[in-house]
Design a protein around this ligand. Structure first.
Ligand code: PHE
Length: 365
């Protein structure tokens, strides 16, 4: 085992010989390092501050050297320090020190680093499924802002200021806007319906659009409520659009999404911007309509609101060709989470937002 000798001869030749002995020693000891414990011993033997070989070299060679040899010995000790440190580092990395060739080190049979491929979230997938169904019927996709003005979210949809119908929307408003006129005040849109007006302002009839997007309401999270959720809005305006067109369109869409055995049912409802209005339920996918927990034993699950566009909504855009005596239209808005829960048999809406990878993996297969 190598030990650091005291030097008496400080000539260049003698120094080189000592350096060679030390180099051989550190290399052969490094080659024998096979595990972590050995690596630690090796490191301490050579680098420990107290009595490690480097310290001894410093004391016995550099400090003990006569003045005139200091320069050369200093340079040599420095080289040795670099050599020892890099050799110790290399053993720590599990590499053979010095003279290693690339082919020794590169094991091409090791498996590569696998990056798990992401998958579409069940909510997005459902949204995209709905979009495909309507695209195939000739609808195009429109979008609107999530931070909306009171005018688009309410007023132009025939919710007048202070009308009690506003109370059903549990609106989240942006603070400190009292100085603005009501219609310009900002809020988080409570539904995707404002895109109806935004689209009709931009585009003359006929119109066939769907608008997928995020909406917000002041709801306490539980198994069926979330303060953030998604809707897909639909709007069709043309001459001679009737309630049967609405029924046929939605019935077709539900069958395309859930299979041809599914039934739809329309029952009267109220929305300020549609007249007549209806809620749409489909026969429960989970129990096939017999009655279960998901459908609260009724056999039906409510998925959306719809109706014929109220003439007073057209009045807001009458200058752009929407004359309610000549044209008519229908609109609908469906909750995407509800659709996804039905489609994938999920009984708690919160699962869709918690980001638990196990859930997401299960749903992406
Ligand atoms: N915007 C309504 C809601 O969020 C749904 C709806 C859309 C109803 C279009 C009728 C027509 O409750």
């Amino acid at each position: 085992m190598y030990t650091v000798p005291q030097l008496t001869d400080f000539s260049g030749q003698a120094l080189n010989a000592e350096k060679e002995r030390l180099t051989d020693a550190v290399e052969s000891e490094a080659a024998a390092v096979k595990d972590e414990a050995a690596q630690k011993l090796f490191r301490d033997r050579w680098m420990a501050r107290k009595n490690g070989i480097l310290t001894q070299v410093n004391d016995l060679w550099l400090k003990a050297s006569p003045k005139e040899a200091k320069r050369d010995v200093g340079a040599l000790v420095n080289d040795i320090k670099i050599l020892v440190e890099s050799t110790v580092d290399a053993t720590a990395l599990g590499l053979k020190p010095q003279s290693v060739t690339v082919s020794d080190r590169l094991d091409i049979t090791l498996p590569g680093i696998r990056r798990p491929i992401g998958a579409e979230h069940p909510v997005l997938r459902t949204m995209n499924d709905v979009i495909s169904v309507f695209r195939a019927m000739g609808y195009s996709v429109a979008e609107g802002p999530e931070v909306e003005t009171d005018f688009y979210n309410f007023e132009a949809l025939n919710f007048p200021p202070n009308h009690p119908a506003r109370d059903t929307q549990d609106t989240l408003t942006i603070a400190d806007q009292e100085s603005k006129p009501l219609r310009e005040r900002l809020l988080l849109r409570t539904h995707t319906s404002p895109v109806q007006i935004r689209t009709m302002e931009q585009q003359k009839p006929p119109v066939r659009i769907i608008c997928p997007g995020k909406v917000h309401r002041r709801d306490t999270p539980d198994a069926s409520h979330s303060p953030v959720f998604h809707q897909v809005e639909g709007l069709a305006v043309d001459t001679n659009i009737t309630f049967s067109d609405l029924k046929g369109t939605l019935d077709h869409a539900m069958k395309a999404l859930f299979g041809s055995a599914v039934k739809t049912r329309f029952f009267p409802s109220f929305f300020p911007f549609t007249e007549p209005s209806a809620d749409v339920a489909i026969s429960c996918i989970i129990c096939g309509g017999k009655g279960c927990r998901t459908c609260k034993q009724t056999g039906w699950v409510e998925l959306m609101g719809c109706g014929m566009v109220d003439p007073s909504v057209f009045d807001f855009v009458k200058d752009n060709g929407y004359d309610s005596t000549k044209i008519s239209g229908f609109a609908f808005g469906m909750g995407v989470e509800r659709l996804a829960m039905m489609k994938y048999g999920i009984d708690d809406i919160q699962l869709l937002f918690q980001g638990d990878v196990r859930f997401l993996q299960q749903e992406s297969n």
